[in-house]
Design a protein around this ligand. Sequence first.
Ligand SMILES: [Zn+2]
Ligand SMILES: [Zn+2]
Length: 559
Amino acid sequence: MFSIRRDLLQAPLFPASAERVRAFTTSLDELAGRVQAAEAARSSWRGPGDARDARAQLDAVSRARAQLPPLRRLVEELHAQAQSLARDKIQLPDHVLARLDELNTRVSALCAGGEERARQLAGVARDGGAGAAQGFLAGSVEPPWERAVTPANVPYYINHELETTHWDHPKMIELMASLADLNEVRFSAYRTALKLRSVQKALCMHLLQLPAALEAFDSHGLRAQNDRLIDIPDMITVLTSLYEVGKPSPFSGDYLGLQLSIDFCKGTFESSPQHGCPSVIAAENPSVVNVPLCLDLSINWLLNVYDSQRTGQIRVLSFKVGLVLLCKGHLEEKYRYLFRLIADPSCRADQRKLGLLLHDCIQVPRQLGEVAAFGGSNIEPSVRSCFEQASASTGKDSKTATLDRKSDKSEKDETKDKTLERDADGQLQYIEAFHFLQWLQKEPQSMVWLPVLHRLAAAETAKHQAKCNICKEYPIIGFRYRCLKCFNFDMCQKCFFSGRKAKNHKLTHPMQEYCTATTSGEDVRDFTRALRNKFKSARYFKKHPRVGYLPVQTVLEGR
Ligand SMILES: [Zn+2]
Ligand SMILES: [Zn+2]
């Protein structure tokens, strides 16, 4: 008689809970907007000129800091709400919780930044701030420049002739100005990669071998410390061991236990004769590396990317990611290492961890003013894209999952899949390195600049026995582009990047890119392709564009 219909009992709960979730996300959006505004105001900070300038700036900073406690309270309130929702068994989606976490971190950074900034300015207001510390790095600049450090050990640079101070090293200022020349490159991924290649070379990071960097992290006790903060003196210590002449350490090639499963062969940097035996940069390249300068520029770059507020500390994770992205190494090894940074002891990563990693990666194009082309600084769509693809590829009829999994391993993998938990929507709760690599192989929008950087580096020394049909360069050096529709039509990278047209060749034609000199096999293949494409219409190419990246849905920032 009294059979209770549970659905009827619970029904009234649903509208109420939906209302509460909606209220929660609205508050979250408001918080995001305010945090972004505070960050924007903060990014206009500059190095203090002199004591009087410092005092004036100190006033502005006090006003800015007064706005932070309300933000802090809003974060706390949202945390409390989330807890109360959880108590009532109302599950907020993971990405919403991850967003709250992220905003919490940003508010903390704003508070810490404001505090540090006030202390710094107070120091400069008191004694003019000029102090030569970090010993040998004083030699990274020449008169009229002087290198000085704040009480938080943050370097800054004084130009005594112009009586100005700057957070940026004079060479960094020059470097950044020179990158503007690359703005004529039409394709954002190539433009960003070209800029990054210039940065990489100025910092001599292109000479730093990935295994050497990893070894330095470990030998300085940074293993499994990714959530900790590292200050500038410690960063200098690690970097010094990489740049300075020291004794090379023995190293075995299977350091990472690498098993190359996805073919990233196009993504290697020029192979080094000393592969498998990394040593310090300066020891291998004594004539090209000015150690204090490169080291100082590296610190400058890392701070610009990860500590624009100059708190004097960055996360160990950011430090590692920043160096790994720019060093010399195999692309897949980099990807695998990046994943290891966020993997738990059972080698899996959840959405929050992936978000942290992608956030640190995307700061690089952001620093180059290129973030918009890669989906903006919001990494949530990328995280979702990766997890969705992983969930789809490990589904029951996972035909696409054969990409990497050798048939002899399939049995083991199947049992492993079962241990990957899914949420109510069938989404994986965790991903493994395999999923991460599979996603990156599609060159997702937020990360595409990295494989392009690797291809660019590989192409740099390539000489192709072909003539550019536009500028007549012969041989073509760098990337060579061959039209798959016109017969025998080649372009050099300069002409291709600037979008130059020829009589019959159109910008809509499909192009094949070569970063190394073509083999005769490729020549034959392209010839047949050109033959086939000859009979396809322009509409075909519009309908089947050669997408260079995996588009992810972008969300307007700061809502
Ligand atoms: Zn040309
Ligand atoms: Zn063509």
